[in-house]
Design a protein around this ligand. Structure first.
Ligand SMILES: Cc1cc2nc3c(=O)[nH]c(=O)nc-3n(C[C@H](O)[C@H](O)[C@H](O)COP(=O)(O)OP(=O)(O)OC[C@H]3O[C@@H](n4cnc5c(N)ncnc54)[C@H](O)[C@@H]3O)c2cc1C
Length: 372
């Protein structure tokens, strides 16, 4: 998010300083690794679809600017029982926004995409625009494009403190001090340590993904296997065709429900217990991918209470913007979040509607809870 914000601010001709506490890229936050799914039939809420349509445009624009391919369209399947929130939500987004899609039963899915073995009770919404983004390359591309436009980007520099001052903000890092007229905080899992208002509304959670060697490599190839999300009794799985590293990649939302209060103490190793959670999904729904383990990695979600994003300025300090709480589904939106936060902070309001992402919705919910 920070790399995209830096790019969009620089694109407006502003003087930009971007700070990153680790390297660019690095493996300690939420945006590392090869791939992240992008999809248009958005089960989480149909209001995300206009943001996604703009996100696709901006990813393509970034590809043109940097001469690098970042987005691969594979088609995507949202699967589960007809009544599941994933299938009904995906279908609703398709209907409201008139998105091309097909409703497929489990046998048709296996005929067309032989890697899939869904239960008879399951159906899938196939949406042809879904695919994946090359995650770390996207971060690098935004940084390089921002630098080309004059942004100053500094890695291994950690913001230690900030405060509002007359006409702007003052920031202290481990290396220096700065003043700026405005500041946008995109600190991912660290957001709650930077912004007290996010203490209970942007909470980190440990995640794990695995890559396994397919037993039938042809079924899981790029061009054959569509990305997926799947709501099943075990939970919600997501996965990708083989690309970039050996192996079929699968993860499970909220993995083992491990909230992380101290990021310095987080367990960044992957265990056999972690593997069991993911193998259960592979064994049952993708048996032809159930070969030897090729790799595993930890990563972090930053969950908001309703799992919708937080895109706002602070009421107490309106010169400070925040983009946080991406709740495990934010990467695909980085490009458009960069544009939205720029418009919010520079023009006063973005062109796209971000009402449902206001931080104040949680304060309002707390007041309602007290009254009940
Ligand atoms: C396993 C996994 C799978 C996912 N799959 C998908 C997917 O398929 N599709 C999708 O759309 N999304 C997916 N997501 C979610 C997506 O990756 C995140 O929503 C997104 O990467 C969040 O980006 P961010 O910039 O908010 O956080 P981060 O990438 O963590 O960036 C925050 C940055 O701020 C820096 N920082 C923090 N504090 C300071 C400080 N004080 N000073 C300087 N720098 C600081 C950090 O070092 C970090 O680099 C997935 C997430 C995980 C963990």
């Amino acid at each position: 998010m920070g790399s995209a914000v830096a790019y969009h601010l620089a694109r407006r001709g502003l003087k930009v300083l971007a700070l990153e506490q680790f390297d660019i890229p690095h493996e300690f936050g939420s945006s590392h690794g090869v791939s992240r799914i992008i999809r248009l039939a958005y089960a989480e809420h149909p209001n995300y679809v206009p943001l996604l349509q703009r996100a696709y445009e901006l990813w393509r624009e970034l590809e043109r600017k940097t001469g690098e391919r970042l987005l691969f369209v594979t088609g995507g399947i949202d699967a589960g029982e007809e009544s599941s929130s994933l299938v009904s939500g995906s279908l609703l987004s398709c209907q409201i926004h008139d998105l091309p899609h097909e409703r497929l039963d489990s046998a048709s899915i296996t005929r067309r995409f032989p890697g899939y073995r869904l239960g008879q009770e399951m159906i899938g919404i196939y949406q042809p625009d879904a695919g994946f983004l090359l995650a770390e390359r996207c971060v690098v591309a935004h940084v390089v494009a921002a630098q080309k436009l004059g942004a100053e980007v500094r890695a291994r520099e950690r913001m230690m403190q900030w405060r509002t001052v007359e006409g702007g903000v003052s920031v202290k890092t481990n290396r220096d001090s700065y003043r700026a007229r405005k500041m946008i905080i995109t600190a991912g899992p660290w957001s709650r340590t930077m912004v007290p208002a996010l203490r209970d509304t942007a909470v980190p959670e440990r995640q794990v993904v695995i890559w396994t060697q397919p037993l039938q490599p042809d079924y899981f190839k790029l061009g054959v296997f569509p990305v997926f999300n799947m709501e099943v009794p075990e939970g919600r799985f997501y996965g990708f065709p083989v690309y970039g590293v050996p192996g079929f990649k699968i993860g499970k939302y909220h993995h083992r429900l491990e909230r992380v209060d101290d990021l310095d103490q987080m367990d960044r190793d992957c265990s056999l217990e972690d593997e069991d959670v993911l193998r259960a999904g592979i064994r049952r729904y993708f048996p032809d991918a159930n070969g030897p383990t090729m790799g595993m990695k930890t990563c972090l979600f930053t969950n908001s209470p309703d799992e919708h994003f937080i895109l706002d300025r602070l009421v107490s300090d309106p010169q400070v913007g925040i983009a946080a709480g991406f709740s495990g589904h934010g990467f695909k939106f980085c490009s458009v979040v960069g544009e939205i936060m720029t418009e919010l902070m520079i023009d006063g309001a973005p062109k796209l509607n971000i009402e449902m992402f206001r931080l104040s919705r949680f304060a309002a919910a707390q007041v309602r809870d007290c009254r009940n």
